[in-house]
Design a binder for this molecule. Structure first.
Ligand code: NI
Ligand code: MN
Length: 226
């Protein structure tokens, strides 16, 4: 399995013959190295409905017949737009042929702003546990710090965690460092920072606070074999 980071909250996983994109916000993402037209994922995983996470999902999914896996209300909304979806919900896991997906809680909002400036509420926001090839990846989505991160870490030993550190909309650096203590991942990659002015952060400050996990500060395009 090869896992890479592509700016903001975009993560790509390659396992077997499958390519999976998490939260493919590419158009308008000043920090990504990806070009939406070049991405041909088999699967798109979405944590919540905010536009900086759904991003280019509809265009990419329609062009490639990608399966979009998302919290139920968001999946329904995307299905109405002609996208092939699989709805799930928090606490539920499903074994797909490319790996196991489980949705976890996240403390945040979940809505989609349309081109007509309507806000469509898209259910609960989530985090995602993805397991394949004997490894488990946790993408926290957008979330505040919460105590049940301890439960997530106890129930699902995490090899690699992607945690937001941007503050303002999500955990900031100090809360994210505390989240690492609860989740106990082998390694952690900070995400969701420096994309917009209110979430400007120095990830080295996060690295200094984390004592018991390896912190990888990845630029867009960096990744690891695991
Ligand atoms: Ni959000
Ligand atoms: Mn966000």
């Amino acid at each position: 399995m090869y896992v890479s980071f592509h700016g903001h909250s975009v993560v790509k996983i390659k396992t077997g013959d499958f390519t999976i994109l998490i939260d493919p916000f590419i158009s308008g993402n000043g920090l990504t190295d990806l070009i939406a037209e070049n991405e041909k994922p088999n699967v798109i995983l979405l944590t919540h409905g905010h536009n900086d996470h759904v991003g280019d999902t509809v265009a990419i999914a329609k062009a490639n017949d990608s399966l979009v896996i998302a919290p139920f209300e968001l999946a329904e909304y995307l299905e109405w737009q002609g996208v092939r979806t699989h709805g799930m919900h928090i606490g539920g896991a499903y074994q797909f042929e490319f790996g196991k997906v489980k949705f976890t809680q996240a403390f945040h909002g979940s809505s989609y702003v349309t081109e007509k400036n309507e806000i469509i509420y898209t259910g609960m926001p989530a985090g995602i546990l993805f397991s394949a090839e004997g490894k488990t990846i946790y993408h926290a989505g957008d979330t505040a710090l919460f105590g049940d991160m301890k439960l997530i870490g106890e129930r699902h030993p995490i090899d690699l965690a992607f945690l937001p550190i941007g503050d303002n909309f999500t955990m900031g650096i100090e809360d994210a460092a505390y989240a690492v203590e609860l989740l106990k991942p082998q390694a952690v990659v900070p995400i969701h920072y420096n994309t917009f002015p209110p979430i400007k952060q120095d990830p080295n400050d996060f690295k200094e606070l984390v004592k018991h996990s390896n912190v990888h500060i990845w630029e867009a395009g960096d990744g690891t074999e695991m």
